[in-house]
Design a protein around this ligand. Structure first.
Ligand SMILES: NC(=O)c1ccc[n+]([C@@H]2O[C@H](COP(=O)([O-])OP(=O)(O)OC[C@H]3O[C@@H](n4cnc5c(N)ncnc54)[C@H](O)[C@@H]3O)[C@@H](O)[C@H]2O)c1
Ligand SMILES: [Zn+2]
Length: 686
């Protein structure tokens, strides 16, 4: 490579890496796999070593990749928050050990820990109280996200115990457990929102939210892995981890003290597969020299400590030819491209399909027809396409073209500004959208018509019997009995016959009938209004009580309901502005579906709160908001929705909106805690 070639490659790599860093840290999006990113970074490191004259002081090899955002106050770190040197090869880990043994002329130990896949956070405690939480940012300064960190239950707000230093800092990884991630995505799917790519991006995006009530709902978690401070009495990392556990911090019990590099390798091998049984994503292990004194002897580079290194597990991957791309139309009309692949075995399962997400993704990967694709499976269930094997590309093959019309109904597709997806606007007549709405309606969390699985809906639709969920209630025995359809599984070619015999029909009709007792909040969810998931539906139902009140409410009135923001309110108003939706609801009503909340029988307990009004806001420790509401009413009080001069009490929980609090303070409304409230009605929390 000539000098000028090297320089232009260095520039190109720098630009690319800076771009991916920005997307990753600022936007919480991974446009390429971590492995591919690390390959680029390693290439740049190599070139800079070979051609040191082109090494820029601000090269991405010289500094921590993160950024600070303008939405939060930025805070300078007391001790810089560095990155970790990393490697995908066991050989390099052994080299690391050899290097250290050359520098250190005495016995030493390592601590092996898992490398948790989340976001690093620094927490400062003064006199045992959490004072500040700051992200890593660019390593020198980060974002002050204290309000958000306080919502994470495993981060102690105050610690108890012996020997608590007047001031200290702990660092750890904030993560979203797999279970929470899956639930969250399920919820997003319910309301037709784009899914989140992985728990790391989800955790990082969540920490940057402005509304900490929203953060609280996301159920983030945190593992602590560093303790820092002046003149602390601990000699080793493992000692400080033990102390942190005693003080009530959450330290993952997966760490291990290792005396030799062989023990380290055992640890690496053990967790290679075992890590998939953990509740969170991990992408490697971190090896740290245990004694602080030895750490000091080794010191730091500009970017990372010399006494630690990360070994990263390579995601399981394979290469396989693309057979075709199909385009699935969802309930909301969004068109999702799916790669149909030649079957390949990956991590113990046969993979035939991978999502391509959207048109941008196809263009970014530059997929041509007949290409061989690299696919990868991290912790995610659906494998993703990470690239194209260009050595196997057929000469003259054409790039895959995203269709311009709906593959199901031929209507020209549209794009909503700001969204990556193309939509089929033919809501009324596009078959997969109609079927999707019906499938959404009958699902367990909605109307729970358990004996009407997917195949059956398709058959009813094909025979022209059901065009809207309301049509289900018009079905009768004679129409259904004897209907038949043959369904072929596209993967296995297996043929299945769906045919409606006596028992099937009876079961179907029974479950349709039974759905008339499904409570109103679930009916509201079943309607499939965009952004109205199960939780939102429950809030709306509890607040408004019946469908007519929701129908008549203005956007402003809808927003009065707890946790209903502008986006949801507008979507509801849009739904009811369509005459056919109004008619649809009328039909459901006539069929006998629940369109109002059942009145709860409240037993009056006292009139201790007579003449007093309350607004409830925030998250409470002992009781759910609805329970508190009932308690107010049962004791003769009134529950209002907004803070005004007439209000007597604001019952304030954790993380309530600052604007409400401010308003209450300004108007002189008395602000009380859950405990104060319980005292008022002569109850205790226990
Ligand atoms: N895909 C992309 O577009 C893209 C872009 C930028 C960065 N990345 C990935 O991020 C890496 C660099 O990021 P980085 O500097 O944030 O992280 P890193 O991989 O260099 O490791 C440092 C981080 O590890 C985390 N960590 C987890 N468990 C730990 C433990 N037990 N002890 C100490 N630290 C622990 C901490 O958050 C710490 O900040 C790259 O190597 C790449 O894989 C990917
Ligand atoms: Zn269509």
């Amino acid at each position: 490579m000539t000098e000028s070639q090297a320089q232009s490659r260095i520039n190109e790599l720098t630009e690319k890496i800076n771009y991916y860093n920005y997307r990753y840290y600022q936007d919480s999006i991974s446009e390429i796999s971590d492995y591919d990113f690390d390959v680029l970074l390693e290439e740049l490191t190599g070139l800079e070593k070979q051609f040191p004259q082109f090494l820029q002081p601000d090269s991405p090899t010289q500094r921590v990749g993160g950024t600070i955002t303008k939405n939060f106050a930025s805070v300078k770190h007391k001790y810089p928050m560095l990155s970790l040197g990393n490697s995908y090869s066991e050989e390099e880990i052994k080299d690391f050990d050899t290097r250290i043994r050359k520098l250190i002329d005495h016995e030493f130990e390592y601590v092996c820990e898992l490398k948790f896949d989340g976001v690093a956070l620094s927490l400062t405690y003064k006199n045992g109280v959490l004072e500040r939480a700051v992200t890593r940012g660019d390593g020198v300064q980060g974002d002050d996200i204290t309000a958000n960190a306080r919502t994470i239950r495993s981060i102690p707000l105050k610690i108890y115990g012996d020997n608590i230093p007047a001031e200290f800092e702990v660092r750890g990884e904030v993560f979203m457990p797999w279970k929470v991630f899956e639930q969250l995505n399920q919820m997003r799917e319910d309301i037709g929102e784009a899914l989140m790519a992985n728990p790391r991006n989800a955790a990082s995006g969540t920490l940057k939210l402005q509304d900490s009530t929203e953060v609280a709902k996301r159920q983030l978690d945190c593992y602590i892995y560093y303790l820092l401070g002046e003149n602390l009495p601990y000699q080793t990392h493992s000692q400080s981890m033990e102390q942190l556990t005693k003080w009530g911090f959450q330290v993952s019990p997966t760490y291990r003290v290792c005396k030799t590099i062989e023990e380290v390798m055992d640890y690496i091998h053990y967790w290679d597969t075992e890590r998939f049984n953990l509740p969170l994503g991990t992408d490697g292990i971190v090896l740290k020299v245990n004694a602080f004194e030895t750490q000091q002897e080794l010191g730091f580079t500009a970017k990372s400590p010399r006494w630690a290194i990360a070994y990263k597990y390579k995601a399981l991957g394979a290469a396989t030819p693309l057979e075709s791309v199909s385009y699935q139309v969802g309930r909301t009309g969004a068109v999702t491209p799916v790669a149909n692949l030649k079957a390949v075995l990956l991590a113990g399962t046969t993979v035939r399909r991978a999502s391509l997400h959207n048109a941008n993704e196809i263009a970014r990967l530059d997929i041509h027809e007949g290409d061989t694709l690299f696919i990868e499976k991290g912790g995610e269930i659906i494998p993703k396409v990470t690239g194209v094997d260009l050595t196997k590309r057929n000469e003259g093959s054409a790039p895959v073209q995203f269709p311009t019309t709906c593959p199901a109904c031929n209507t020209a597709l549209v794009r909503i500004p700001g969204e990556a997806a193309y939509y089929c606007p033919n809501e009324l007549e596009c078959p997969p959208q109609i079927r999707g709405r019906i499938e959404h309606f009958i699902q367990r969390k909605a109307m729970n018509m358990d004996s009407l699985g997917e195949g059956k809906i398709e058959l009813l639709y094909d025979k022209g019997l059901v065009h809207s969920p309301a049509d289900l209630y018009k079905l009768n025995y004679n129409q259904l009995f004897g209907l038949e359809k043959v369904i072929t599984n596209p993967d296995t070619g297996e043929v299945r016959r769906v045919s409606f015999k006596q028992k099937t029909v009876e079961n179907m009709l029974t479950s349709i009938e039974k759905s008339k007792t499904v409570p109103f909040d679930r009916v509201l969810f079943a309607l499939g209004i965009r952004y109205v998931g199960a939780t939102v539906a429950a809030k709306l139902a509890a607040y408004f009580g019946n469908i007519d009140a929701i129908y008549q409410a203005t956007v402003e009135q809808l927003m009065q309901a707890p946790e209903i923001g502008g986006k949801i309110a507008e979507s509801i108003a849009r739904f009811f502005s369509e005459p056919r939706n109004v008619e649809y609801i009328q039909q459901l009503k006539e069929a006998g579906v629940q369109m109002q909340m059942e009145m709860r029988e409240l037993v009056m307990e006292s009139n201790a709160l007579e003449g007093k009004s309350f607004v409830i806001s925030g998250v409470f420790v002992h009781f759910d908001r609805d329970v508190l509401k009932d308690k107010i009413i049962a004791n003769g009080g009134k529950v209002l929705s907004g803070v005004s001069g007439k209000l007597d009490f604001l019952l304030a929980g954790e993380n309530m909106g600052p604007s409400k609090l401010e308003k209450a303070e300004k108007l002189g409304v008395k602000i009380i805690s859950e405990q104060d409230f319980l005292t008022m009605i002569g109850e205790t929390a226990e």
